[in-house]
Design a protein around this ligand. Structure first.
Ligand SMILES: [Zn+2]
Length: 198
């Protein structure tokens, strides 16, 4: 509908998750009208995030160094590992204030329809991590939807025979959604009320 630079911007914005054509247009016109310095701040933030942010070599969380802040924090223990799908889920669990262990970020969930199998997730690195012998409990905090459940079931099958205590968040989370959509009180309750996986 729009040619040239404006059209390109609308198209790029429209590629972002959750941004439909109308929102893309609105954002593009907002940026067009914005102060130049404001737009430069946004451009610089985009550059910096690509240059500086990487993934923690231990847990897969976002980090600006080889190990993320949580893996470097000596006050946190490796006794409990909370397995989540995405880095944003780490933040969601952190906000509850219920957890003092460490995390393992899978980078997604098993989803046969989209061709995502166990080998596409950071499961092998979890297995390697578990060999340290420090871990006692594995908390499966994948999303409360079909893919998340399938992933939790798969992981439980894998680690339970190794003798770990395996728990899953209590029900009560909005079913079908993402962990991040749950408010911190609900998620905190689901966390403290977690149950053994049998
Ligand atoms: Zn880490």
């Amino acid at each position: 509908m729009y040619d040239g630079a404006l059209g390109d911007l609308i198209e790029e914005l429209g590629q972002l998750p959750g941004i439909g054509p109308k929102s893309a247009q609105r954002l593009a016109f907002h940026l067009l009208a914005a102060e130049k310095v404001e737009v430069e701040r946004l451009v610089s933030a985009l550059h910096r995030v690509k240059e500086q942010v990487r993934f923690c070599e231990v847990c897969g969380n976002v980090s600006e160094s080889e190990r993320c802040g949580i893996c470097r924090d000596q006050r946190r223990s490796e006794e409990q590992i909370c397995v989540v799908e995405e880095p944003k889920d780490v933040l969601a669990v952190e906000r509850t204030g219920e957890f003092r262990g460490r995390y393992h970020v899978l980078g997604g969930a098993i989803n046969p329809l989209e061709g995502i199998g166990p080998d596409d997730l950071r499961i092998r690195s979890l297995m390697t991590r578990l060999q340290s012998g420090e871990t006692k409990e594995i908390i499966l905090a994948t999303d409360p939807n079909t893919e998340g459940e399938a992933t939790a079931t798969y992981l439980a099958m894998l680690v339970k025979p190794m003798g770990f205590k395996v728990t899953r968040l209590a029900s009560g989370l909005p079913v079908g959604g993402d962990l991040e959509y749950a408010d911190e009180v609900t998620l905190g309750r689901a966390f403290s009320g977690r149950r053994d996986v049998d």
